[in-house]
Write a protein that binds this ligand. Structure first.
Ligand code: PEP
Ligand code: MG
Length: 591
């Protein structure tokens, strides 16, 4: 197994810009045991003991593999492979490399195994010889078996401990995984799946961490310990960048930071178009701590609190009191500005939950959001009571996700009234009026919008799902992302009719889908009559600036023209032609 170190050129991987900014760091591969082994430095007195621990782990791994092979009754091909692995586990090249890591690099045994097997596998993988190059997988497999034999590798997110600024690379990151990284020095994310409106990208933007999603084969092309550049502005990942590329990336990152800083200076200015039309910009939040970020970025309230995040990563649903305390804290942070609490949107792609959901063939079309809530009225009532109680501490509105029929709105209203009665019966305070609104994100709600406008206290366009369900494009699909355009004429017409119905029936309309935080789309939305936006907090200063550079008259003219086109490309081209030159820095994220 003696191989020469490869000299590799930079590899550029393309994906989707999930969260803006440029990050440089060493990779930690998430969701594989080697990424979670303890990375502890040892003292000189521990070296011998660590070598013994390594040798014992090898012996245990060999014993486990032998037992596995013996369990295979026939002399099958699998049994022969396992026996070959038993031999390879004791390979002297690997053992020598591990000893070097322990004795010279002063690394604990697990770290030494992870590092040594990674390095050997990488060298093999870079060879021209297809046979040797294939062996890299065997080395990684053996490394993992030895790591497992230590009994110290951590399952997934619970024990993630990062040593320094890290880029997390994963096939996918659940909202719980991402939330678990808040207190870790994560500077960038790369995932193989996902789009701009999938949960990883939404969370990364909320946490203001650069991310590139939908990078096909990222896990095959990037290894733990690689130095990478995550360019969340252009949607690319540079693996093994050259010094010149690193300098360039740093400079781009600094220009982005400078632009963000410059924009945030004017965060307290009103969001008005050049001709003085006032627009309201609120924040979308997923975690209670984001309320402070929302204030810091000049949000005029919270337009969407995705409360389902309270239910993930736990074995039991949060109690009414636990929910109430969190809602109250958010409401008090934002007071006197309003907070729109969206009832939990569990199901669909927001999979992990403490409410046990049955597996479904099409979860996006299944027991999700309000459907799940109505199927578990006791859990939903607790949730509603927590919201009702929080209304005593500031302005609270309640919003229902995934409404597809009037009967769902009516059923929720009955439950909300019941929740209010229950809170009052306990002698607890609550607001005299709690507006109950809906998300317009299922085409049926947009089609029947005149009826909803008469019964709902407000409506908020969820374009992430409206695009998904109207255009029949899975919002998490990387390969269909090119179809999922919020500039699609079908979407524009729906938005237009929702805005009109809102005006006609005096029902306030807002937008909280990711379309709101795209500068070009935001200008178009103003032209379509939208005056109330909610988006990730970090985008607020940028959208405020975009609106300040255009007039309503121009935006309306472009919207009128855009509505005449039949394809999303034509619409986007029309809007870009009119506004991209003056929004160039905001669109590229660099000044
Ligand atoms: C939407 O669908 O546009 C939306 C804002 O909700 P979510 O992204 O949480 O589904
Ligand atoms: Mg939605």
């Amino acid at each position: 197994m003696s191989v020469e170190p490869p000299s590799k050129a930079t590899e550029v991987l393309r994906g989707i810009a999930g969260s803006p900014g440029v990050a440089i760091g060493k990779v930690v591969v998430f969701g594989q045991s080697r990424a979670h082994c303890p990375r502890r430095t040892i003292g000189p007195g521990e070296i011998d003991a660590e070598v013994v621990r390594f040798e014992e782990a090898v012996a245990r791994a060999q014993r486990d593999l032998r037992e596995m092979s013996q369990r295979l009754t026939e002399r099958s091909a699998e049994a022969s492979i396992l026996e070959a692995y038993v031999l390879m586990t004791g390979d002297p090249v690997l053992a020598e490399a591990v000893r070097h890591q322990i004795q010279k690099e002063k690394r604990a045994a697990e770290w030494a195994v992870a590092e040594a097997s990674d390095v050997i596998a990488k060298r093999l993988g870079a060879l021209d010889d297809p046979y040797l190059s294939e062996r890299s997988h065997d080395v990684l497999f053996i490394g993992d078996r030895i790591l497992r034999a230590f009994g110290t590798t951590a399952p997934e997110q619970q024990n993630l401990r990062l040593d320094g600024p890290s880029i997390v690379v994963a096939h996918d990151l659940s909202p719980a995984d991402t939330a678990a990284m808040i207190n870790q020095p994560v500077v960038g994310f790369v995932t193989e799946v996902g789009t701009r409106t999938s949960h990883t990208a939404i969370m990364a933007r909320a946490l203001e961490i650069p991310a590139v999603v939908g990078v096909t084969d990222a896990l095959k092309r990037i290894s733990g310990g690689d130095l990478v550049v995550v360019d969340g502005l252009r949607g690319s990942v540079l693996v093994g960048p050259q010094p010149r590329e690193l300098d360039e990336a740093r400079a781009r990152g600094e220009r982005h930071t400078a632009l963000s800083r410059e924009l945030s200076v004017s965060r307290d200015r009103e969001a008005t178009t050049q001709d003085g039309v006032r627009v309201t910009l609120r924040a979308n939040v997923e975690l209670p701590a984001e309320a402070i970020l929302a204030r810091d970025h000049g949000a005029e309230g919270i337009g969407l609190y995705r409360t389902e995040f309270l239910y993930i990563d736990r074995s039991l649903p949060p109690t009414e009191d636990q929910q109430f305390e969190i809602f109250r804290a958010v409401v008090e942070t934002m007071r006197p500005m309003p907070v729109t609490l969206r009832t939990f949107d569990i199901g669909g792609d927001k999979f992990i939950s403490s409410l046990k959901l049955p597996p479904e063939m099409n979860p996006m079309l299944g027991l999700r959001a309000v459907r799940l809530a109505l199927s578990q009225p006791e859990v939903f009532l607790e949730h509603l009571r927590a919201m009702v109680r929080a209304s005593a501490y500031g302005e609270v509105k309640i919003m229902i996700p995934m409404i597809a029929s009037l009967s769902e709105l009516r059923q929720v209203r009955v439950l909300l009234e019941q929740a209010i009665e229950q809170v009052k019966a306990r002698g607890l305070p609550c607001a005299d009026e709690i507006p109950l609104g809906i998300m317009v994100e299922v085409p049926a709600a947009a089609v029947l919008v005149d009826l909803f406008a008469q019964e709902a206290s407000f409506m908020s366009l969820g374009t992430n799902d409206l695009v998904q369900y109207t255009l029949a494009v899975d919002r998490t699909s990387r390969s269909l992302a090119y179809l999922a355009s919020s500039f699609d004429p079908a979407i524009l017409r729906l938005i237009r009719s929702v805005v009109r119905a809102g005006e006609g029936w005096s029902c306030p309309v807002s937008i909280c889908g990711a379309m709101a935080s795209d500068p070009l789309a935001a200008v178009l939305l103003v032209g379509l009559g939208m005056r109330d936006f909610s988006m990730e907090a970090a985008a607020i200063p940028e959208i405020k600036e975009a609106l300040r550079r255009v007039t309503l008259v121009e935006a309306e003219a472009v919207a009128r023209e855009a509505l005449r086109f039949g394809t999303s490309d034509e619409v986007e081209h029309c809007v870009a032609e009119a506004f991209a030159p003056r929004l160039y820095d905001l669109l590229t994220g660099e000044r």
